[in-house]
Design a binder for this molecule. Structure first.
Ligand code: C5P
Length: 220
């Protein structure tokens, strides 16, 4: 079955504070979105790729990505809107759709293959996840601890997230917003499976993340 991918790169990157959209921030000399798209395209099973960029920067993103066969489309205010725009740009023949954050710039191509395989094994949605090493506490607005969660059952999830096209389309039809698409499938009662993630699939959110991933990139 045909596989397509959406690379969401339309965020502003407010928490990074670089003054430019996060996907354009350089890591080891190249914008995050170029790193991410190169790794997506290195996965031979993936056919059509839609890169979702800030609406006012479509030409700039397209110019950065001329070496790769991708379409560049305008994103929306929320991440969920951007994923929806990417989904609308993909051909209806793609039976498996991956959603990937451009900010997870160093994600290894093998992780894309593992996610695709797990979707084909029968899940509605598949997400890479990492066991959390810190104890996680739930707090109230005043900073008081409300609960201490059992970390052995927690996973920090990454992208690429993989979906049957039907599950992703149905999840998006709900009109709900979420920080990850698998949560929409979960809410709709779908089967969401977690597979082993990768430290290289970490997301650039802060300056510290950028420094750590720059260090990791030097070792690749
Ligand atoms: O904000 P966060 O780090 O969770 O964003 C994850 C990914 O979603 C980033 O690659 C970002 O560019 C993308 N995004 C988007 N459209 C938005 C918000 C975020 O494409 N409106």
């Amino acid at each position: 079955s045909a596989v397509a991918a959406i690379v969401v790169a339309a965020g502003q990157g407010t928490r990074l504070g670089a003054g430019i959209p996060k996907a354009l921030v350089p890591l080891a000399g190249e914008p995050l979105v170029v790193h991410a798209v190169r790794r997506v395209r290195a996965c031979a099973q993936i056919g059509p790729v839609a890169v979702v960029a800030p609406g006012d920067l479509l030409a700039q993103f397209a110019a950065l990505l001329t070496d790769f066969e991708v379409s560049v489309v305008a994103g929306g205010v929320e991440r969920t809107d951007s994923v929806g725009a990417g989904l609308a740009a993909l051909p209806a023949t793609s039976q498996v759709v991956l959603v990937h954050d451009a900010a997870r710039a160093l994600t290894p191509p093998a992780l894309f293959d593992a996610v695709i395989e797990a979707v084909r094994d029968g899940a509605d949605a598949v997400v890479p996840g990492i066991a959390v090493s810190d104890t996680i506490k739930q707090v109230d607005a005043a900073g008081h601890v409300v609960a201490t969660l059992d970390r052995s059952v927690l996973r920090a999830v990454q992208t690429p997230q993989g979906f049957t096209r039907a599950a992703l389309t149905a999840a998006h039809a709900s009109g709900d917003l979420a920080t990850d698409d698998a949560a929409l499938v979960e809410k709709a009662g779908g089967v969401v499976r977690v597979i082993d993630g990768s430290p290289l699939a970490a997301k650039v959110t802060t300056e510290t993340d950028l420094a750590l991933l720059t260090h990791l990139a030097a070792g690749l």
